[in-house]
Design a binder for this molecule. Structure first.
Ligand SMILES: Nc1ncnc2c1ncn2[C@@H]1O[C@H](COP(=O)(O)OP(=O)(O)OP(=O)(O)O)[C@@H](O)[C@H]1O
Ligand SMILES: [Mg+2]
Length: 241
């Protein structure tokens, strides 16, 4: 059962990722900024989550803690009941979680195809049939990146094309959780809808836990659960049907 309360949960449940009393403070030279305050939340498999919140409210910070890029100032993040620090942040990131970064973070000395196959290798993803290369080319093609573009250095692609490569790099990997930080910011409406269809299918058909940060209410409306981050607190927005 997913919840956003302050009460620690001791029951066994379907949670794949659990945040317990997570707070995060950035310490600068002059001042400290507490971005996240006492966040308790359990994410489940097979569910598409949308996270909304004003710019600067801490959405990217929350994803960086949930995806094992950073550790909270206090509180714990656990995957399948194991604290990420015990599991190992690198191991968690390499084997269990994939991220579409807000700034894409593609490897700029590689082609689009190499970016995708490299991520598949790191996560140990093996396609059910055919090679990694063939699978990567097929997925890229589905997202409008043809072979000529796929074999070009990623810096020679447009912003929207790079964003799609970043999305393919994440969805090509066989992981338990997929995080996407404003993954449709540079895309037109139709392409954005296609991306959400893909995320929904990953959650509902493959059982992946998919967490998407967005500013789009329309996109959030197509999630299973919508969370709102505001003033350091995470609350669930009831679904209007
Ligand atoms: N490395 C850092 N050092 C200091 N402060 C930071 C750092 N990263 C983020 N912040 C601050 O933390 C707050 C939250 O930033 P964050 O990037 O998580 O917001 P966001 O909700 O993702 O915003 P946006 O919608 O604009 O992407 C902001 O006030 C930001 O200035
Ligand atoms: Mg952000």
């Amino acid at each position: 059962m997913a919840r956003a309360t302050d009460t620690p949960d001791t029951t066994t449940d379907a949670a794949v990722l659990r945040l317990r009393r997570v707070s995060h403070t950035y310490t600068g030279r002059r001042r400290r900024t507490t971005v996240l305050k006492d966040i308790d939340y359990a994410l489940e498999r097979g569910t598409l989550y949308a996270i909304l919140g004003p710019s600067g409210s801490g959405k990217t910070t929350l994803l960086s803690l949930a995806s094992g890029l950073d550790t909270p100032t206090s509180g714990t993040v656990s995957f399948d009941g194991r604290d990420l620090k015990e599991l190992g942040l690198g191991r968690y990131r390499n084997k269990h979680a994939a991220t579409v970064f807000q700034q894409y973070n593609l490897l700029t000395y590689m082609t689009a195809l190499q970016n995708v196959t490299c991520a598949m290798e790191i996560t140990g993803t093996r396609p059910t049939s055919g090679s990694r290369r063939a699978r990567a080319l097929h997925l890229l093609e589905q997202f409008g990146i043809d072979r000529a573009m796929a074999t070009r250095n990623v810096l020679r692609l447009s912003g929207g094309q790079q964003q799609r490569v970043a999305i393919v790099r994440a969805i090509a990997c066989d992981v338990d959780i997929l995080f996407a930080d404003e993954p449709t910011g540079s895309l037109d409406e139709d392409t954005a809808q296609g991306i959400i269809d893909t995320f929904r299918a990953l959650a509902h058909d493959e059982g992946t836990c998919v967490v998407v940060v967005t500013h789009s209410q329309a996109l959030a409306a197509r999630s299973d659960r919508t969370l709102v981050l505001r003033k350091g607190r995470l609350t669930e927005q009831p679904k209007t049907r």
